[in-house]
Ligand binder design. Structure first.
Ligand code: COA
Length: 687
């Protein structure tokens, strides 16, 4: 037996305890230990065995850090079969999450007990995979194909109670898992229960309608992601082949996915999710306590931020300029909360709303621990707000700005306590979007940054640290790839071709659809703001200015790049003369979807390389996480810099250099990209 698996006896019952912190992943030592424990049980005089997981989880699944390495024996499917073929009964007693391979071990056992609060699920598709140790063959044999089709393509899970209902477990209990596991084992012995092999059950019935519906749903939903559809194929295999043949086919499908860039992209994203908040400079720095929050401004952003804080259990004091605006903000927040109730995300809005206080006087912010300003994006207005906050807030309180591009160092300088000032850039709608850019001027105290990361965790958001520059990480990169899209329009592509190509790449929306959704006045304002300092060589989308003057601001006015008789929109061809005028006598060319993707992505990577090179993002992974959580970049591509590594940096740089011959201004070389190519390295080397 290995250290990760212990074998104990309680009378007639053998206990097999898996202890592999932090998540009981099924690494080599656990697989080997389980195998040996089953052998020992088979050989001794115990009459029944109970498998238990120590710690928070039953079993967290295959050990992801082993993926991509040569797998060591015993392999997980063989371990599950070894358990199943044990001549004496084996029970899985599940007290916490049984995920992926962990659920497959449970399905290899002959009986399953789930404690209240346990969850059983197959999250493999989130890693670009499908169950690979018999899960897709055993689960439908127990539950029929319906529940498996609901769970596996979605990477979902079910509660203990739901698992009982669909036949995935045999009993649900409360209390101590060891005691209940022993009780279940004794009951089984009393009933004379023997080993019951799920793999020996007949094939589940094929249900053409259910498979057609699942394929139609996931073709639409997966947007280029392959694993959900392969999961459906694997479930279908269970309806056609006997268990041994089925599990072989499942394994073949599993390994075909293991080889894909999608698997690599999603595992990159998985580890980044965890690395992104691990900042060496915050090691050992305790965050300040935040038990109450102030929000200044109750517009879309302020109301969203307040909602996010309220939902996290924090009391919020929201300041507006007058009673009417305060009432409006309260109504907006109440609307967000009732929408959350309708979506089943919240049971009752009333106690959440009771934590909100709307006021018209800054003095009310005196006692709060942290205030987040979300007023109009204008330096003068922001400085005025910060001077007022400085006057009323208690010492040690944190003053945060939600600006999306302004200089946070300058805002901090408007106070007597710049070390307490930080940027917290939320994304709209702030109570839904996962990303929080934490913008850290050099003047900010480390424990203020640590507090921002702790707050993000509490709000269930993913925080990325960014340095100060126009647009920080995300909006700065966005401005560049939007610029690339405008250049392609001038060279002959239509906005609709660009949107279609970008969606085909895997983003939920193209840049022009996105513009219509956000409001085209935003882009107009940005161009106005930058007009005074704009380089004469830069391209200005004059057609977009004309659209603004026509009042075509996108969805909110029913017309933008698309016209919106319904929500989907159809191309607004009335903009073509405006575009033609902007093109003038510029030579025109046609663009294939691949041309568009190449140009757009190169612009994204190129700016990202500058953002990393200048230290605005500490590591390439910070860019990848930002684009994934704030800008709809497809998770299965890992992030733009992971994607860049996967296509090869020399080819990207060669493209950029060739475009620089005609547009040197836009394609000014990113030193970091040149350096990486010269050294034969990739972005991942810097993570
Ligand atoms: N294999 C290897 N390491 C794993 C792992 C796995 N299956 N699941 C989690 N870990 C690691 C994490 O990387 C993290 O390591 P770190 O502390 O060095 O950063 C640590 O375990 C804790 O994980 P974390 O996600 O921070 O803990 P949590 O309690 O919030 O969540 C899980 C636990 C299991 C729900 C979550 O980690 C998860 O979803 N894991 C993936 C499960 C999965 O997909 N299994 C099927 C694999 S085919």
């Amino acid at each position: 037996m290995t250290d990760a698996v212990r074998y104990e006896r309680e009378g007639d019952v053998a206990l097999i305890l898996i202890d592999n912190p932090p998540v009981n992943a099924l690494g080599h030592a656990v697989r080997q230990g389980l195998w040996q424990a089953v052998d020992r049980f088979a050989d001794d005089d115990a009459r029944i065995a109970v498998i238990l997981g120590e710690g928070k989880l039953f079993l967290g699944g295959a050990d992801i850090s082993e993926f991509g390495k040569t797998p060591l024996e015993p392999h997980l499917p063989d371990v599950c079969t070894h358990i199943e073929r044990c001549p004496k009964p084996v029970v899985a007693a599940i007290h916490g999450p049984a995920l992926g391979g962990g659920c497959e071990v449970a399905l290899g056992a002959h009986y399953r007990l789930a404690m209240q609060g346990a969850r059983l699920g197959f999250p493999e598709v989130h890693l670009g995979l499908i169950p690979g140790a018999g899960g897709s063959q055993r689960m439908p044999r127990l539950t029929g194909v319906g529940p498996a089709l609901d769970m596996m393509p979605a990477g979902g899970s079910v509660s203990a109670e739901q698992a009982l209902k669909i036949g995935l477990v045999d009993r649900v209990a409360t209390g101590d898992v060891r005691a209940e596991g022993l009780r279940f084992a004794q009951d089984l012995l009393a009933d004379g229960a023997g080993p019951r092999q799920t793999g020996a059950l007949p094939c589940p019935a094929y249900d053409a309608e259910a498979f057609d519906a699942a394929r139609a749903l996931w073709t639409k939903k997966a947007r280029g992601e392959v694993a959900p559809l392969v999961a459906i194929d694997a479930i279908e295999v269970a309806t056609k082949l006997d268990y041994d043949a089925g599990v072989k086919e499942e394994r073949r499908l599993f390994f075909s996915l293991m080889e894909t860039p999608q698997r690599a992209g999603m595992i990159h994203a998985f580890f980044n999710d965890r690395k992104v908040s691990k900042l060496p400079e915050l090691d050992g720095i305790a965050p300040r306590a935040v038990d109450s929050v102030g929000v200044i401004g109750g517009g879309t952003m302020g109301a969203g931020i307040a909602t996010a804080c309220l939902l996290a259990g924090l009391p919020v004091t929201l300041v507006e300029r007058d009673e009417a605006s305060a009432d409006k903000a309260r109504a907006t927040i109440a609307g967000y909360l009732s929408a959350a109730v309708k979506r089943g995300k919240l049971a009752d809005a009333a106690p959440v709303l009771a934590r909100l206080k709307t006021v018209t006087n800054y003095a009310e912010l005196g006692p709060v621990d942290l205030a987040i300003e979300a007023v109009f994006e204008d330096m003068g207005v922001k400085k005025d707000v910060f001077a007022r906050l400085d006057a009323v807030m208690k010492p040690g309180a944190i003053l945060a700005t939600n600006t999306s591009y302004l200089d946070v160092t300058e805002i901090a300088a408007a106070t007597s306590r710049p070390s307490d000032v930080i940027g917290l850039h939320f994304f709209s709608p702030a109570h839904v979007m996962k990303l929080l850019e934490v913008v850290v001027p050099d003047t900010t105290a480390p424990d203020v940054t640590a507090t921002a990361f702790a707050l993000a965790k509490r709000l269930k958001k993913t925080a990325v640290k960014a340095g100060v520059c126009d647009g920080f990480i995300g909006n700065r990169i966005l401005a560049t790839y939007r610029g690339a899209a405008d250049r392609m329009i001038l060279d002959g592509a239509s906005p609709w071709e660009i949107d279609a190509a970008i969606k085909a790449f895997g983003l939920p929306m193209g840049p022009f659809e996105m513009g219509d959704l956000a409001g085209l006045d935003i882009g107009y304002m940005t161009r106005q703001r930058k007009a005074a300092t704009r380089d004469p060589r830069d391209v200005v989308p004059t057609w977009a200015d004309e659209m603004y003057h026509e009042g075509w601001l996108g969805q909110k006015t029913g017309r933008g790049y698309y016209t919106y008789a319904d929500r989907k929109g159809t191309p607004n061809e009335a903009i073509l003369p405006m575009i033609d005028a902007a093109r003038g006598d510029r030579p025109q060319r046609t663009f294939t979807p691949e041309d568009i993707q190449r140009f757009y992505m190169a612009a994204m990577v190129h700016e990202a390389a500058k953002v990393v090179g200048e230290g605005i993002a500490a590591r390439p992974l910070d860019v990848d996480v930002t684009l994934l959580y704030g800008y709809g970049f497809p998770r299965w591509r890992g992030g733009p810099l992971h994607w860049a590594d996967s296509v090869g940096l020399p080819a990207l740089l060669a493209d950029i250099q060739s475009w620089a011959e005609t547009d040197r201004y836009f394609w000014q070389p990113a030193p970091l990209l040149q350096q990486l190519v010269a050294e034969g390295r990739s972005f991942s080397d810097l993570n």
